[in-house]
Design a binder for this molecule. Structure first.
Ligand SMILES: N[C@@H](CCC(=O)N[C@@H](CS)C(=O)NCC(=O)O)C(=O)O
Length: 208
């Protein structure tokens, strides 16, 4: 049985839940992380993930952390070629957007999101908030241009893991109280995502 340790409110845990739903995998999820009954700074949890973060996946003897890696693992192991193409060239296109989301896009929104949504006292520098919003909007412009090119999904004509990680990022962008440019291709993409039950369950489910 696949066991996902991590709170369902976490954007990174929702990537894994959405992936399991797309692959129609049976999984059990337990709420772990701040604000839940299960702490992540215990010796037992740190054995599983020394970073003290969610999600963690347990699948038999396999223990994994890093949400994008978990999504790749589930796809490769249970339905190769479905959410992650088998051809090296097509796979690289999907992985490019996954890596970009985890590094460039996440770094762009972090300051503004922590300040304006989480209202963290550690993020109060107004200039840094403005810079973060500008970067965030610029990166969503890159997403818009990519969608204009494909006319469908992030990595081409087929829905893939790239759409799971970018779809969740898009939902966060739309739900955050910031000034946003109108991006027509992103809006059309959001409509396409809304047709998927798993996106409605784990993506656009009212949680930023
Ligand atoms: N790079 C990691 C980041 C994981 C991460 O930031 N997890 C957050 C929740 S979204 C966390 O565990 N925070 C500590 C907590 O909730 O206790 C991944 O993608 O899995």
């Amino acid at each position: 049985m696949i066991h996902i340790l991590g709170k369902a409110s976490s954007i990174n845990v929702r990537k894994v839940l959405w992936t399991c739903a797309e692959l129609q995998l049976d999984c059990v999820q337990t709420e772990y992380g701040s604000g839940t009954p299960h702490a992540v700074n215990t010796p037992e949890f740190l054995q599983l993930n020394p970073n003290g973060m969610v999600p963690v996946l347990r699948d038999g003897d396999v223990v994994l952390w890093e949400s994008n890696t978990i999504c790749r693992y589930l796809s490769n192991r249970y339905q190769p070629g479905t959410l992650l193409p088998e051809s090296a060239t097509q796979k690289a296109q999907v992985e490019k957007w996954m890596d970009w989301q985890a590094t460039e896009l996440n770094n762009a929104w972090r300051y503004a999101f922590m300040a304006m949504v989480r209202q963290s006292p550690d993020y109060r520098d107004l200039m840094a908030i403005e810079r973060s919003i500008a970067q965030w909007n610029r990166m969503m412009g890159i997403v818009d241009q990519q969608l204009k090119k494909t006319g469908a999904w992030m990595a081409g004509e087929q829905f893939s893991l790239a759409d799971i990680v970018i779809g969740l990022s898009l939902n966060r962008w739309k739900m955050s109280p910031i000034d946003r440019p109108h991006l027509a291709f992103v809006d059309a993409y959001e409509q396409r995502l809304m047709e998927r039950e798993a996106y409605r369950l784990y993506g656009a489910n009212g949680v930023a």
